[in-house]
Ligand binder design. Sequence first.
Ligand SMILES: Cc1cc2nc3c(=O)[nH]c(=O)nc-3n(C[C@H](O)[C@H](O)[C@H](O)COP(=O)(O)OP(=O)(O)OC[C@H]3O[C@@H](n4cnc5c(N)ncnc54)[C@H](O)[C@@H]3O)c2cc1C
Length: 436
Amino acid sequence: MKAALTDNIKTTPYWWEVAEPEYLTAAPVPATADVGIVGAGYAGMTAALTLAREGRNVVVFDAMRPGEGASSRNGGICSGNVKYSFETLIKKVGLDQAKAIFKEGIAARQFLINFISNEGIECDLRDVGRFDGANNKRDYEALGRETVLLKKHLDFESTMVSRQEQHTYLGTELYSGGRFRFDIVGVHPAKLYKGILTRAIEAGVTVINRTEVKTIDRQPDNFHLITPYGKTIVKKCIVATNGYTNQVTDWLRRRIISIPSQIIATETLDERTMNRLMPKQCMVGDTRNLYNYYRPSPDGTRIIFGGRRGADSNNDMTKCRHLYHNMIEVFPELEGIRLTHTWWGYTGYSFDLFPHLSVHDNIYYATGFCGSGVVWAPWLGRKVAMTVMGNDKEAKSVFAVRPFPTRSFYNGDPWFLPLVIKWYGLKDRLIYGRRY
Ligand SMILES: Cc1cc2nc3c(=O)[nH]c(=O)nc-3n(C[C@H](O)[C@H](O)[C@H](O)COP(=O)(O)OP(=O)(O)OC[C@H]3O[C@@H](n4cnc5c(N)ncnc54)[C@H](O)[C@@H]3O)c2cc1C
């Protein structure tokens, strides 16, 4: 094996080369606001923008630079999926609910696409679809069943791609064919974030960066948001901290599992190689438990390849090598290629693997996006704002009515995560064979 990593590989997101989160000028913590929002990712900022445009005085706090959480680190794949296949979803929640959930995913993605277009946000939106590679024949058949069910119950078009045809989608021998969805798009996630932030600030939102809310102090008529630099008294409070949730909200902490996800970016590849490996330039996923997701960079010159961080080491470079080997398994001809960037961030999982729009003790939450928040976070960010304003019609969501489960042993520390990841890794090896 040739050297895979450069000595000077960057550990910041590739996206930040053109859209790094900015340090905002330190603004004084305001004494009062109508609505206080904790967390300035896609969810928090979309909520803030919606509220400000309806005349509310809004303050948003973020412990880091705005967008420095998952919202400027992700793969930019706009799926709007939940973690279950449609077949499993029907078994889990019944046909009507399953249909409602799937339809809401379509509506949420369309909302994002319309929002980007209406707001004129330059974020390299690519209408390229998504190929899901089946890691074995059984998974291919399962994808086929899902395709039939979606057509039957929702008149939803997707297409099965046989092993022989898959080269027109992806230059790999790895998969036993796959399924192509026409409706899924890609964006430059950090440019998208910047667009939302800019619009929110223009609408009058006060964003206080690098200021952690230490306590949400509930009073009879309002909340005191306590920070190291002062407190703001707000009438309503939204928490949008997702995978970065900490002890400031014990209730949420007991319901969110922060799971790291990591990405690598290759050096620039020549046009012929890119055309061979990713001829349709589409978004890609696979069917392993510890799945990979990947895509070309928006300029079509590199591969951006992501997945779970392995459980056997805490070393970032070891985890980077895991991803590198996974990528070589898909595209063996990339062996020896240099990587320019590797980075990671936290996704926020719920125990039932659904997003949640919840109100508890008068605090509003939009969270639990389970690694698919590019679509869900702006959608539920807007919905949570509508909930705060009492606009029941616009606030309606299938994710508003589901109970938000926790586990009796869980206090927010996912000590079991390495074991779970190891278990899924073992399962994957047994089902699909050794990775490398
Ligand atoms: C590596 C990676 C790849 C991903 N790829 C995809 C993808 O391809 N497609 C997709 O749909 N999704 C993807 N995701 C998931 C997606 O990025 C997230 O679901 C989404 O960005 C969540 O947005 P958010 O606004 O809820 O939270 P975040 O953007 O994570 O923001 C939460 C913010 O809360 C702040 N915060 C926390 N506690 C406090 C406090 N007490 N006071 C003040 N601030 C606080 C944090 O500083 C953070 O900035 C990926 C995630 C990662 C990490």
